[in-house]
Design a protein around this ligand. Structure first.
Ligand SMILES: Cc1ncc(COP(=O)(O)O)c(C=O)c1O
Length: 369
């Protein structure tokens, strides 16, 4: 059996009529940039999510950058984020001229360790970016309380956590604003690059919109120099076509995660994902800790099972951050995890048979050693 890591084609075929119609409409109306499809996706996503403003932009990386720029972050400032994430969470800090400050991750939930946050805050800290990695939310009660007490804005990186919840509130609704990615493989994915900013703050929403549209809210009225970061009409229409299905797909991911839990529970060598109590983990990724990982990857590949590692090097250990002068011992948890974590295939369209097959292959690997 072949089990791909993600199967975007299976999802497309399940809603082919909706997608083809959406694409056809945009093309026949040549509504390629701006216009009603972009506006209506922004409105629909905001409504479904329960947020006041959604400002679409070209990708999730831009949404982080735009937010920090519009919060006035720049040279001389520090912004705190998690030691394990995709590089967008930290490279956008540097893009503003500020310095990224990393916090190690929690050994159980793999996200920014709230207990180490306060020790990283200085008078230069201008924002904290908790990353809700893998679909699991950070401890928002603690992180929000630390940020609120010190008046530090919190920008949630929700690229991997569409519709995740912490104590009944959705990811993205805790801080001053949030960043979302609609990269094709994300839980809500476009057919190319796409992203958005979400906020309940009217003034910040207007600033971000202006900055992302060349500094102009009205054509040719450039109040500042901005950037060009737009969601195009085709991506907007595709995302709108997917919205009626997203809650169902999210539930299916959770069901599939439970199936993995059930089929993998007896393999004592591996550690299964732990879910925080009173949260909804939306399983963008299903990540196990696997001893002898490289050999396991080879074994699974030979059996037709694709896997991935998110991420093979913690951010502070990347060459890109050598200039910060960290040693791997500064982030012992993230450094240990980088050689043990393994993301198994995970998507709504997976069948129980596929999950059973993956689990049996992993069982086979550990039983024969
Ligand atoms: C945690 C995290 N932050 C930010 C991003 C950036 O999103 P994009 O690829 O849309 O720029 C991604 C996705 O790749 C991500 O996984």
């Amino acid at each position: 059996m072949h089990v791909p890591f993600v199967d975007l084609s299976a999802q497309y075929h399940s809603i082919k009529k909706d997608i083809d119609q959406a694409i056809g409409q945009v093309i026949s109306e040549t509504a390629f940039i701006g216009g009603k499809y972009v506006k209506s996706f922004e409105t629909q996503f905001a409504e479904l999510y329960g947020a006041k403003h959604v400002i679409s932009c070209a990708n999730g990386t831009d949404s982080l950058y735009i937010l920090m720029k519009m919060l006035g972050i720049g040279p001389g400032d520090e912004v705190i984020t998690a030691a394990n994430s995709w590089i967008s969470s930290s490279e956008t800090i540097s893009q503003t001229g500020a310095r990224p400050v990393f916090v190690d991750v929690d050994p159980v939930y793999y996200s920014l360790d709230e207990q180490q946050l306060e020790s990283k805050i200085t008078s230069r800290t201008k924002a904290v970016i908790p990353v809700h990695l893998q679909g699991q939310m950070c401890n928002m009660r603690e992180i929000k309380s630390i940020c609120d007490k010190r008046g530090i804005p919190m920008i949630e990186d929700c690229a991997q956590s569409h519709f995740s919840e912490f104590q009944g509130t959705r990811a993205g609704l805790f801080g001053i604003a949030a960043s979302f990615s609609f990269y094709p493989g994300k839980n809500l994915g476009a057919y190319g690059d796409a992203g958005c900013i979400m906020t309940n703050d009217d003034a910040l929403a207007e600033k971000c919109l202006m900055y992302a549209r060349h500094g102009a809210l009205k054509k040719h009225h450039h109040q500042i120099e901005g950037i060009n970061s737009r969601l195009d009409g085709l991506q907007a229409a595709i995302l709108s076509a997917k919205l009626p299905y997203i809650l169902d797909w999210t539930e299916k991911r959770i069901t599939n995660a439970h199936l993995y839990d059930q089929y993998l529970k007896d393999i004592s060598a591996i550690t299964l994902p732990a879910v925080r109590t009173h949260t909804k983990h939306t399983f963008h990724l299903y990540v196990i800790q696997a001893p002898n990982r490289e050999a396991l990857i080879k074994h699974l590949t030979a059996q037709g099972i694709e896997t991935a590692v998110h991420y093979p090097a913690a951010l502070p250990n990347l060459k890109a951050y050598a200039y910060l002068g960290h040693s791997p011992n500064d982030f012992p948890v993230a450094t240990r995890l980088q050689s043990q974590i393994l993301s198994l295939p995970m998507y709504a369209e997976m069948t129980e048979e596929m999950i059973r097959y993956v689990a049996a292959s992993i069982t086979g690997f550990y039983t024969h050693r």
